[in-house]
Ligand binder design. Structure first.
Ligand code: SAH
Ligand code: SF4
Length: 352
C-alpha cells in the first residue's frame, strides 16, 4: 500500500531556515519564524490552533498549507494497572498502537515503527497482521510528541524512557526510525536524552551493524528467545536469514565500536525454551559481550500456541543465570486487560 500522507507538507519537515524563508516570502514579521519553531519543537504543539501568539489569519494560512500533526485522531484505553494504550489513526486509514507504562514515579512510552510486521514471529500479535507499511519519520516523532503530552496530562510528569518495542521491526524501517529519533533527541529539537531511547530488534544483523558504523547513541535490545539455533528458527523466521553465528558476530562488532552493553530479551515459554539446557545455551551466548538479560513473561495472543513458563521453572532459569553472575531482570507484564502488553499490539486496520 502506498504511503498516503495528504499532499500538504508537514511543517515539522521544514528546517528553521525554511520556515524563515516562508515567513519572509509571505511578508510576515521575521520574529514569527522563531515563534513557530518554538511552538513546534519546544512546546510540542500538535495543532496550529495552539499557536496563540500567532495572529489568527496567519494560523489559518499555515493550516491550509501545512500539516501540524501526522496523527489524525486517537482512541485511548486505560488498564486497571494505570497503563494507557493509544490507537493512533494515520492518514490513509491505517492504525498503530503505542503504550504509556507508569511504574512508580516513572513513565515509559512504547512506540511503533511499522503498521504490522513482516517477520511473523509465532508468539506476536503484530506478526499475525503481516507487513502493511512503514511509518514515515513524522508519524514516528509525532507519535512520541503525543505520548509526551499525554504523560504530562495524565500522570503530571515528563516521559522518562522511550522503548521502540511496539508494532514493527525498527531495523527494517531504519532510515525513518533514526530520522525521527534524531529529532526527538537533538538539542535544537526536543532534547530528550538519547541514552533513554532503547531500540529493540529481533536480530536484523544489517541494522545492528549500521547502528555501530554510525555510532548511534541509542541503547540496543535484542529479542533472542533462544540461544539454540533450531528452537530460535522455529519461533522466529528471521533467524533463518540471520543465524546465531551472524548475530554473535554483529553484536561483537557493535560492542567493539560503541562500548555499549546490550540488553537481551528472552520470553520464557513453557516446555519450549525454559529448561536447564536453554539456560546453559543462553549463558554461553552471553559470554561473548557485556549484556543484561530481561526475562519477559509471555503475554497470550489470540492466535498463539505458546504458554507461559511455570513459576517454578522460571525461578530455576533465573537463578541459574544469576549464579553465573549475569545481570538478570525478571520483568512484570502490564496492560494485559487492554491488550497493551508486549506482543499484543495488533489494532485492526480499516482500509486493508
Ligand atoms: N520487532 C522488534 C520490536 C517490537 S517487539 C523485536 O522483535 O524486538 C518488542 C518485544 O516484544 C520483543 O522482544 C518481542 O519478542 C516481544 N514480544 C512479542 N510478542 C510477545 C508476547 N506475546 N509476549 C511477550 N513479549 C512479546
Ligand atoms: Fe515483528 Fe518483533 Fe513481533 Fe517478531 S516480535 S513479529 S519482529 S514485531
Amino acid at each position: 500500500m502506498p504511503n498516503t500522507l495528504p499532499d500538504k507538507m508537514h511543517i515539522k519537515n521544514l528546517s528553521f531556515e525554511e520556515i524563515a524563508d516562508y515567513i519572509s516570502k509571505n511578508n510576515v514579521q521575521a520574529f514569527r519564524a522563531k515563534q513557530i519553531y518554538e511552538w513546534i519543537w519546544k512546546k510540542r504543539c500538535v495543532s496550529f490552533n495552539e499557536m496563540t501568539n500567532i495572529p489568527a489569519p496567519f494560523r489559518e494560512k499555515l493550516h491550509s498549507e501545512f500539516l501540524c500533526n501526522a496523527i489524525q485522531s486517537f482512541d485511548e484505553y486505560v488498564s486497571t494497572d494505570g497503563t494507557r494504550k493509544y490507537a493512533f489513526h494515520l492518514s490513509g486509514g491505517n492504525i498503530i498502537e503505542s503504550v504509556l507504562i507508569p511504574s512508580g514515579s516513572r513513565v515509559t512510552a512504547c512506540i511503533s515503527t511499522q503498521v504490522g510486521c513482516a517477520l511473523a514471529c509465532g508468539f506476536c500479535a503484530t506478526g499475525s497482521l503481516g507487513f502493511i507499511r512503514n511509518l514515515d519519520a513524522a508519524e514516528i516523532h509525532d507519535q512520541i510528541i503525543m505520548l509526551m503530552n499525554f504523560a504530562k496530562e495524565k500522570y503530571q510528569t515528563e516521559l522518562d524512557n522511550i522503548v521502540v518495542m511496539g508494532m514493527g521491526e525498527p531495523m527494517l524501517n531504519y532510515k525513518n526510525t533514526m530520522a525521527a529519533l534524531d529529532k526527538i533527541s537533538a538539542k535544537e529539537f526536543l532534547n530528550f536524552s538519547p541514552q533513554r531511547i532503547t531500540i529493540s530488534t529481533s536480530g536484523v544483523v544489517d541494522g545492528i551493524k549500521q547502528m555501530a558504523d554510525e555510532d548511534r547513541p541509542y541503547p540496543l535490545a535484542v529479542s533472542l528467545h533462544s540461544a539454540i539455533e533450531n528452537k530460535r528458527k522455529a519461533m522466529m523466521p528471521v533467524a533463518k536469514k540471520y543465524p546465531l553465528l551472524k548475530l554473535t558476530e554483529a553484536l561483537t562488532y557493535y560492542v567493539a565500536k560503541t562500548h555499549h552493553r546490550i540488553t537481551i530479551e528472552y520470553i520464557l515459554f513453557d516446555k519450549i525454551n525454559d529448561a536447564m539446557e536453554d539456560a546453559e545455551a543462553l549463558a554461553m551466548f552471553c559470554r561473548n559481550f557485556p549484556v543484561k538479560i530481561n526475562i519477559i513473561p509471555y503475554n497470550s495472543t489470540s492466535t498463539s500456541i505458546y504458554h507461559k513458563s511455570r513459576p517454578e521453572n522460571t525461578k530455576k532459569f533465573v537463578d541459574f543465570l544469576k549464579n553465573k553472575n549475569i545481570i538478570v531482570n525478571l520483568r512484570t507484564s502490564k496492560g494485559g486487560d487492554i491488550q497493551a502488553a508486549c506482543g499484543q499490539l495488533a489494532q485492526k486496520q480499516r482500509n486493508t
